[in-house]
Write a protein that binds this ligand. Structure first.
Ligand SMILES: Cc1ncc(COP(=O)(O)O)c(C=O)c1O
Length: 364
């Protein structure tokens, strides 16, 4: 585990190792570049202008975001090429804000219904720059997205609404599954479904030039040829779920929650001052409990309250003493970052910088 926690830290706090972060960023950038993929990392993981800047300087083409307010936050921070990789449903306020973004930055937006496409078309008609639409395809996650054979109706509606339909995208979330082949299969699913969907749209006469896929688990499983743009997010920090499914090693963990032992009620149990308000409550089919403690790998976080994490140890394993600082690797790193105001940047046990979570709580 790479992050020695600074002494005297006020906890809970999220602590980032900038060297591990930079290595994760450059490794993904290099892997994408060498295979001819455009990298458009998903910024919902870090929500942080300094990290976006590092990704862009390493060669990312632009950023992917999940919400209009994340796009607004990164546009304010100077990022001028943004893809809202989400099938937005525009109410009056969101329509106004999307139109403003379209006047300011190069904007792509996800579409997966005829009605959604019409609302988006109405909102951005006459904007300074034409908004590009990517049709969302369901590659097996069964979240949002249309089956590849059915993209024609949505694509045509988007084009009729005046949008520039440039491509297709998918999120291969089923790559997070427990099966040892889940990552490989999800990568193949995204290639197959995106390629079918792109052909359906080309047959309608649309000029499809962006085929966007990717997630952290399918990173390293990509084959050049079909997909041309990748949107991994979690890879910047990694987390306990990525470690458990083998898409990173413990050397690649760039963020931990620093916690203090506030109670040692029994030999096999201790309590930390991080709860759901800091770590979130995400679970993963591949992780037992609510996080991973690198210094106590046999420990399990069995219970979470708002401000408490209860940790169990197997019999005979010695735990930390009262007042000790303990690092917790979150199960799913995006949630704690979204709950934090700032990230402490620490090198060799010293806080060297503090980065604001620029798009904190930007969820509309
Ligand atoms: C649409 C979309 N693209 C890309 C990603 C990034 O994938 P990951 O979080 O596995 O890095 C996500 C994550 O949820 C997503 O929803």
């Amino acid at each position: 585990m790479a992050i020695p926690l600074p002494d005297g830290l006020t906890t809970p706090a999220l602590v980032v190792d900038p060297d591990v972060l930079d290595r994760n960023i450059s490794r993904m950038a290099e892997a994408s570049r060498s295979q001819g993929f455009t990298l458009r990392p998903h910024a919902k993981t870090h929500k942080c202008a300094q990290i976006a800047d590092r990704q862009l300087r390493a060669g990312a083409r632009g950023l992917s975001v999940a919400t209009i307010s994340e796009a607004e936050a990164f546009a304010r921070a100077g990022v001028d090429d943004l893809f809202i990789a989400y099938p937005v449903w525009l109410d009056a306020d969101k329509a106004r804000r999307t139109r403003r973004l379209a006047d300011e930055v190069a904007l792509r937006v996800g579409v997966e219904s005829v009605e959604g496409a019409q609302r988006l078309g109405d909102a951005v008609r006459g904007s300074a720059r034409p908004v590009e639409a990517l049709i969302e395809v369901d590659s097996g996650t069964h979240r949002t997205g249309v089956p590849p054979h059915a993209v024609g109706g949505v694509g045509k509606a988007a084009a009729d609404a005046g949008l520039d339909v440039v491509g297709v995208f998918t999120f291969p979330g089923h790559g997070y599954g427990h099966h040892p082949q889940a990552r490989e299969r999800a990568a193949r699913d995204e290639e197959r479904t995106l390629s079918e969907a792109a052909q359906v749209l080309r047959d309608l006469g649309l000029d499809i030039r962006v085929i966007s896929g990717g997630s952290t688990p399918t990173a390293g499983r990509w084959r050049p040829g079909t997909v041309d743009e990748l949107r991994p997010g979690v890879y910047v920090f990694n987390d306990a779920a990525q470690l458990a499914i083998g898409s990173c090693t413990s050397e690649d963990l760039a963020l931990v929650a620093a916690a203090t032992v506030i109670s040692t009620p029994a030999a096999d149990r201790f309590v930390l001052d991080v709860g759901t308000k800091v770590l979130g409550a995400d679970t993963s089919p591949s992780v037992t409990g609510y996080g991973y403690l690198p210094e106590f790998p046999q420990a399990t976080i069995t219970g979470m309250w708002e401000h408490h994490a209860v940790v169990r140890l197997p019999e005979g394993v010695r735990g930390p003493s009262l007042g000790m600082l303990v690092a917790v690797v979150p199960n799913h790193v995006c949630t704690p970052v979204n709950l934090a105001d700032e990230l402490l940047v620490a090198r060799n046990g010293e806080v060297v910088d503090r980065w604001e979570v620029t798009a904190r709580g930007a969820n509309t």
